[in-house]
Write a protein that binds this ligand. Structure first.
Ligand SMILES: Cc1cc2nc3c(=O)[nH]c(=O)nc-3n(C[C@H](O)[C@H](O)[C@H](O)COP(=O)(O)OP(=O)(O)OC[C@H]3O[C@@H](n4cnc5c(N)ncnc54)[C@H](O)[C@@H]3O)c2cc1C
Length: 467
């Protein structure tokens, strides 16, 4: 059997390893730098209660993940009550804010128009983002995808969807709607996310995302404490130096940040160009989560969001509080215990490498005081390198297609947030398609030409039943 090495035991690496292992086509080994798996899925425990400081939500569209949750005996806990503090100084139920004055009828019509254009986008995306595909307005799809998502929505008069996207894009740290490319807006805002929000089926996991990855890893060959710093290539194979010695693989998958991997992985010039490594074509953001203990703040709602802090790139650059979530293990026993304890919140800000941890905390504490919270103590702060995105210029120049076309060349594969969008739904969907292409390659077929991508697209296109 072929040997496949996967570098990175985060959601990208573990979901791919699981899907590959199910196919029984190769021996798969995952090499993880840290002592624990999960990457940006991190559940921390304070006073016996678990808090999601990384990955948090899932929706009805997370089908593969839900199957793994059932297998691990896990449950989910719907979050039903969200409010938003508007720029006009009102506090509104989030659903009413999204619907606006037009109400459900207008929203339904907009949703239908959005889904019609989204389906055209989706076909382009799962066929490998070809450069010559027409968009929905007569030009090229890649040029439409380089547009700011807010502008893309405005041209289509989709103000209801834009209000929804303020929450799913800007407040989630993916960028201002005046800046974030439509490519990422459309990858993330699949119809099932909107459906889940409308039907109040966005949920958290009990006991937490990290538990899921630990469960998956327990059934796979995963080696932790393996910080990979050296890979060589010889005779079409990969030699990976680990602290326990040299491992040899026929195929290698990188799920880590590619600009960092350039320090230890011998990319060819062709790979550097195709994967936009170190040429400014792909940028990462920073997202900050702070676990705070506070008195006198909200008790009944699950989350409070802040419109003014998220309204555009200039607002986001202030690193103000975007959203806070009341937290704790979502098991019945923990809920009972949490009533006897102080209230803990996870607070989200967009980060900025120029701001020190203390400066970010000062901004946060000012915002919390303004909201009426008292006796605030910061328990822990986490700064995440987050949301890799091609720049608009790179998208126009065909970077998304170049990345897809390169997959599998020299038996090298790229997965994780870099190749889809920084969300586990997008990453697992991408990996399901990638596995088919890896199976093709192992059977001697080209995995990234038009025919291969069309065959995979036919099996994995989004269907209404996926809602
Ligand atoms: C605050 C926050 C909230 C989020 N909320 C959600 C949410 O609600 N829903 C959702 O679906 N997604 C959410 N996400 C996104 C989701 O967590 C990420 O998309 C996902 O973790 C990305 O997986 P990945 O494997 O690509 O990368 P990572 O999670 O970053 O994993 C990469 C792994 O590679 C390892 N590694 C790096 N370098 C090396 C090396 N040289 N050798 C060996 N190992 C290495 C790292 O230690 C890490 O474990 C959130 C993320 C954050 C930060």
């Amino acid at each position: 059997m072929s040997r496949i090495g996967i570098i990175g035991g985060g959601p990208g690496g573990l979901s791919l390893a699981r899907l590959l292992t199910e196919r029984k086509i190769a021996d798969v080994v995952v090499l993880e730098r840290d002592a624990q798996v999960g990457g940006k899925s991190l559940t921390v425990t304070v006073d016996g209660l678990g808090h999601e400081v990384g990955t948090c939500y899932l929706t009805t569209g997370y089908r593969t993940v839900q199957g793994w949750m059932r297998e691990a005996g896990m449950s989910n806990y719907p979050l039903k009550h969200h409010v938003i503090h508007t720029e006009l100084g009102e506090t509104q139920d989030f659903k009413a804010y999204v619907l606006g004055k037009g109400g459900p009828m207008k929203a339904g019509l907009q949703m239908a128009r959005y889904v019609a254009d989204w389906l055209v986008f989706h076909e382009w995306d799962i066929h490998g983002c070809r450069d010559d595909t027409k968009g929905t307005r007569g030009g090229l799809m890649k040029d439409e995808m380089a547009q700011p998502f807010g502008e893309w929505l405005k041209e289509r008069e989709l103000d209801v969807i834009a209000r929804f996207a303020l929450r799913t894009m800007s407040i989630m740290g993916y960028g201002g709607l005046d800046e974030v490319p439509a490519l990422y807006g459309l990858r993330w805002n699949v119809p099932s996310i909107i459906w889940s929000a409308v039907t109040l089926q966005v949920s958290e996991m009990a006991p937490g995302w990290q538990h899921l990855w630990v469960h998956l890893a327990s059934k796979l060959d995963v080696r932790t404490d393996q910080h990979i710093r050296e890979v060589t290539r010889a005779d079409g194979k990969y030699q990976v130096r680990t602290k326990d010695g040299l491992l040899e693989f026929d195929h290698l998958v990188l799920t880590t940040r590619l600009h960092e991997a350039r320090g230890w992985f011998p990319f060819t010039e062709e790979e550097v160009a195709a994967y936009s490594i170190g040429n400014g074509g792909m940028e990462w953001r920073e997202y900050v989560t702070t676990l705070v203990d506070a008195e006198g703040w909200f008790q009944e709602e699950d989350t409070h969001s802040f419109e003014a802090a998220a309204d555009g790139t200039a607002a986001l650059s202030q690193s103000r509080l975007l959203v806070a979530r009341r937290t704790g293990d979502k098991t019945r026993a923990a809920a009972a215990r949490s009533r006897t304890r102080r209230d803990v919140y996870v607070c989200y800000q967009v980060g900025n490498p120029d701001l020190k941890a203390k400066e970010l905390q000062d901004i946060l504490e000012r915002d919390l005081h303004e909201q009426g919270a008292r006796n605030i103590s910061v328990l822990q702060q986490f700064r995440w390198t987050y949301s890799p995105q091609f720049t608009p210029a790179a998208i126009r120049a065909g970077a998304a297609h170049a990345m897809e076309k390169q997959q599998g060349t020299n038996n090298l594969w790229i997965s994780g947030a870099t190749t889809s969008h920084e969300s586990i739904d997008n990453i697992t969907d991408f990996n399901e398609r990638l596995v088919e292409r890896m199976v093709m390659k192992l059977a001697g077929r080209a995995p990234s030409d038009e025919d291969a991508l069309a065959e995979v697209a036919a099996r994995f296109r989004w269907r209404i039943s996926d809602k």
